[in-house]
Every structure is written in structure tokens, then in C-alpha cells.
Design a protein around this ligand. Structure first.
Ligand code: FAD
Ligand code: SF4
Length: 338
């Protein structure tokens, strides 16, 4: 008999107006609580009755979590700032256009109007089996349904898999890593600030989560330092359809160039592993090298070292090689015009 999925399971809804109140409620409910931002990921889980929290804490009434502010070194984006607001922010477009470009390629205008930057970096895996409620490793079981010879795994990981082969689906995450963003987290013990790349975790650390947040924690803001403002940016997302679709792979880079040489660079990819990957070895290898196709080719080859394809996703290896190559060697021709 078909599962009837007409209404969400009942939960207690809380709508605090301050971060302090939200934290208090989260503290009272522990693992039974669910943080609700724009709901674009949350509502799927609730409507499909796969996650059944007892308490939902809606952050939409907390004004202090919204908006883009100039701070002493760079900008701070409140976690509840919508992706549309990020895309349209004059200062982001002027100085950190890498993020505007990445956010503009998320989903559809309607989803960007509702989805928030905090939700985008905190969203869960899009693996078909997991989203359909199959009891896999990530759901607390002891099997991966995607890692079999006949499974649907063309969207899955080619790097750093550990039992779970799902990938992180966020488009904004690699741009934030390339911009050296800092994530501000309010924990029950106080504020904690982590580098963007350290916000995300793979299955080797915790197979049931994609980020470091623990029950009771809130991501309150993302800070982007000025160090990479106005440098040369490259963002490219490859997806099956050019609208309303998750990335098969994406790449984001920020480069400071002196003459024809790469002086400083940060580069990250997503869609290749369970967490967005900063390509540190590539950064080290190309620093000081000429900005050229040959450097790009060398970087692309280095980026995919160690990759292990599943049955249906071997195409991701040349795809990632070429994205990294273009992010470095092809940056002049493909630079985004803001
Ligand atoms: C059809 C469709 C297509 C999509 N395509 C893309 C795409 O192409 N690229 C892409 O990057 N994304 C895509 N998404 C994902 C979408 O952009 C994100 O799900 C959305 O940005 C999540 O943001 P939200 O504000 O709606 O968060 P919610 O759905 O409310 O929350 C997402 C998760 O993050 C947690 N969370 C949210 N905010 C906080 C916070 N401040 N502190 C602690 N935890 C928090 C929630 O508890 C939840 O687990 C798509 C979604 C849909 C439905
Ligand atoms: S890839 Fe991960 S989320 Fe998907 S079935 Fe395997 S364990 Fe579950």
C-alpha cells in the first residue's frame, strides 16, 4: 500500500524574536529540535515524514540574523539573509562577486527568495536513497544503497568517500571557502568562529551530519574578510539542466595576479565529496606560476589525484580536471562580468 504523505507530522512550533530566545528553546529540546530557516530543505524532510522533530524553531522572526553589514575587515552576512539578497547586495556584487555569482546559480528565483545563506551551507545530502527514507549509513543504518554496481550514483562522490558516497550539494560553500570566509556559530558555551572549510565535515568525522553544528548550535553569520576583495574570481557550475538543478560539480577560485604570475590563490570544488574541498595542493603548486593554460592543465591533473569513481560517475574525473583547469588557465576569457 502506498505511503500517504499528505500532511506533516505534528510538531510544536516556536517563533523566537532573538537569538538568545532561540538558543534557550533549542537547549530545552536538545536532539528533538529542528532549526527552520527558509524551509527549502527542511520542508521536504518534514513533508516526506522522514525527519520527525518534536519542536521546530523558526528563525524567520529574528531580525539580528538578517542583512549584509560592513565590518572593520570586510562584511558580515546574517545567516537568515536570503540568497536573493546576497545576489543583489551592492557590496557583495562590487567586492565579493564570486559569492553573488554562486548564489545566483542556486535553484530557481523562488527558492532563492526563500532560501537563506545559512540554510544553503547547512543543507543535507541529496542522495536519492537517503532522501527517500532508506535506512542507510547516513540515516543511522549499516549499508550504503548508492555504492553498488547497479545503484543510481552518477551524482555521487569521487573523493574521500568513507562508507557514505553522498556529496555536499551547496553552491555557495566553495565560493565562501575561496573567499576565506569565517562562520560564526553560537553554541550553548558561547560564540565560536571557524574557517569556512572547517564548517563542513565528511563521513570519516560523522556520517550523519554534513557540518559541525551540534544540537543547540546556531549559525548566526558569515564574515568575509577583505583580503580577497576585488581579486580575480572564477565560478563555474555544471548541472544536467541549466535551471533549477543541483551541481554535478562546481568550482570557485579567487586569485591575486601580479604581472602574469599567480601571487595568491584559493580554490575549492563541491559535488566531488561529502564536504566542499579546498584544493590546497593545487594552490601550493600554482602559486608563483604564470597564469596560463599550461598551469591550468597541471592544476587540473593534480586536483583529481586519488579520485575513485563509482559505477556511473567516472565522468566527474575529467569534468573536475577541466573545471580546475579553466578556473586557473581560462580565467581571463571566462571572468564573470558583474
Ligand atoms: C528544488 C530545489 C532545488 C535546489 N537547488 C539547489 C542548487 O542548485 N544549489 C544549491 O546550493 N542549493 C539548492 N537547493 C537547496 C536550497 O537552496 C537550500 O535547501 C536552501 O538554500 C536551504 O536554505 P533554507 O534557508 O531554506 O534552509 P532550511 O531548509 O530551513 O534549512 C536547511 C538545513 O539547515 C539547517 N539550518 C538552517 N539555518 C540554520 C542556522 N542558521 N543555524 C543552524 N542550522 C541551520 C536546518 O536545520 C536544516 O537542517 C535546492 C532546493 C530545492 C528544494
Ligand atoms: S551515499 Fe550516503 S546517503 Fe546515499 S545511500 Fe549511501 S550512505 Fe546513504
Amino acid at each position: 500500500m502506498a505511503v500517504i504523505r499528505d500532511v506533516m507530522p505534528a510538531f510544536e512550533l516556536f517563533q523566537p524574536n532573538t537569538v538568545a530566545d532561540a538558543q534557550k528553546i533549542l537547549g530545552q529540546h536538545g536532539r528533538d529540535a529542528w532549526v527552520l530557516a527558509g524551509g527549502m530543505d527542511s520542508f521536504d524532510w518534514l513533508k516526506d515524514r522522514i525527519k520527525k522533530p518534536k519542536a521546530v524553531v523558526d528563525l524567520s522572526g529574528i531580525e539580528e540574523l538578517k542583512g549584509v553589514r560592513v565590518i572593520s575587515d570586510g562584511i558580515e552576512i546574517g545567516a537568515m539573509t536570503t540568497l536573493t539578497q546576497v545576489v543583489n547586495s551592492p557590496i557583495i556584487r562590487e567586492k565579493y562577486s564570486l559569492l553573488a555569482q554562486a548564489a545566483e546559480l542556486v535553484a530557481s528565483p523562488q527558492i532563492r527568495n526563500q532560501g537563506t545563506i545559512g540554510g544553503n551551507v547547512s543543507q543535507d545530502a541529496r542522495c536519492w536513497y537517503y532522501r527517500a527514507g532508506w535506512p542507510c549509513y547516513r540515516a543511522g543504518g549499516n549499508i550504503c544503497y548508492a555504492d553498488t554496481p547497479t545503484a543510481r550514483n552518477r551524482e555521487h562522490a569521487i573523493l574521500h568517500a568513507d562508507r557514505c558516497v553522498a556529496v555536499n550539494p551547496s553552491d555557495s560553500a566553495p565560493a565562501l571557502i575561496a573567499l576565506d570566509a569565517k562562520f560564526v556559530i553560537r553554541t550553548p558555551k558561547g560564540e565560536r568562529i571557524v574557517d569556512a572549510e572547517d564548517y563542513f565535515i565528511g563521513p570519516d568525522i560523522d556520517i550523519t551530519r554534513m557540518h559541525i553544528l551540534q544540537p543547540g548550535d546556531l549559525l548566526t553569520a558569515i564574515r568575509i574578510p577583505s583580503a580577497w576583495a576585488g581579486t580575480q574570481f572564477y565560478f563555474e557550475k555544471v548541472r544536467d539542466r541549466n535551471v533549477w538543478d543541483f551541481a554535478l560539480l562546481n568550482v570557485a577560485s579567487a586569485m591575486a595576479v601580479s604581472g602574469d604570475r599567480i601571487e595568491r590563490i584559493r580554490i575549492a570544488v563541491n559535488g566531488a565529496a561529502a564536504r566542499p574541498l579546498r584544493l590546497k595542493a593545487v594552490e601550493d603548486a600554482v602559486r608563483g606560476k604564470p597564469l596560463s593554460v599550461a598551469t591550468g592543465e597541471m592544476a587540473g591533473k593534480l586536483a583529481v589525484q586519488g579520485s575513485v569513481p563509482l559505477q556511473f560517475n567516472a565522468y566527474k574525473i575529467p569534468l573536475m580536471r577541466n573545471l580546475v583547469k579553466r578556473a586557473i588557465g581560462g580565467v581571463e576569457e571566462a571572468k564573470w562580468a558583474s
